[in-house]
Design a binder for this molecule. Structure first.
Ligand SMILES: [Zn+2]
Length: 64
């Protein structure tokens, strides 16, 4: 079973949970406050595009 990482929105606690892949997208209860926590991609998520440089160049080309 793979391990997934969750971050609690209430207390900011980061915790890991072992669960079947079929339940990976389900929320997990925070061990501290039992708040439902969203799954986060752990260290693998290195390349999320938060820089608007590349995409804005494509979106801005409207004239010909
Ligand atoms: Zn919590």
């Amino acid at each position: 079973m793979p391990i997934y990482e969750y971050v609690c929105p209430a207390c900011d606690l980061k915790f890991e949970m072992l669960r079947p892949m079929s339940r990976a997208n389900e929320k997990a209860a925070c061990p501290e406050c039992k708040e439902e926590s969203e799954r986060v991609l752990s260290t693998f998520a290195c390349c999320s595009t938060d820089s608007s440089g590349m995409t804005s160049a494509i979106a801005g080309s409207g004239n010909s």
